[in-house]
Design a binder for this molecule. Sequence first.
Ligand SMILES: Nc1ncnc2c1ncn2[C@@H]1O[C@H](COP(=O)(O)OP(=O)(O)OP(=O)(O)O)[C@@H](O)[C@H]1O
Length: 229
Amino acid sequence: MAEAIITLSNVNIYQGNSAVLQNVNLTVNAGEFVYLVGKTGTGKSSLLKTLYGELTLKEGQANVAGFSLNGLSWKQVPFLRRKMGVVFQDFQLLTDRNVNDNLKFVLKATGWTDEKLMAEKIQDVLDKVGLKSKGFKMPFELSGGEQQRIDIARALLNSPKLILADEPTGNLDPETSDEIMKLLFHISRDFNTAVVMATHDYIVVNKYPARMIRTEQNRVIDNATIAIQ
Ligand SMILES: Nc1ncnc2c1ncn2[C@@H]1O[C@H](COP(=O)(O)OP(=O)(O)OP(=O)(O)O)[C@@H](O)[C@H]1O
């Protein structure tokens, strides 16, 4: 049987007192690639924030990467985050240190101490994103696409079962978007990592078809089609 990485049952998501999404039922399995689409303000980010513990789950049952979100305390959130990688459109590397040291900073912050193991892990993730030779580059020496790859490498540091990506191609030209999409599909397929990617980029969605869920009128619609958008 497929391993479920995300299971939401009868989940209601709020921003303040307003209900953004109601009665969300969703299962995402290991290695699955899922687009999250929907008009602006319909709750894509709120759903992702619930999944990574930024928005507290108030109603319903949720399990993400082996963690129950029911009654999850703020203290436990960092442990949940270590089980997933989160990729943002506007992630900034620390500008005062090279790529290796940026990645090492994240490893140390998530409890790694062994210098040799950290160096090996950094090489491993840079290799996975095709940037093995760029470890000594400073952030300003990297293109936008390379910076986004480093962000994906960062997300891979703790060998996550799940990657949540919020508009990862939002700032990129079409050719670079292609590279990032190929990389995300490769990660999902070859490392059995589930990827949930929020996007407005229908060129990308058309070119790289996958399961699609859509936020609309306080609901999440599974197996959505593009035509209705
Ligand atoms: N921090 C917040 N406090 C109060 N309301 C919020 C907050 N963040 C979002 N909202 C509201 O929640 C609703 C859903 O917003 P959300 O950001 O999840 O939508 P989205 O689909 O991700 O939009 P976009 O495509 O523009 O990123 C909107 O009505 C928004 O105004």
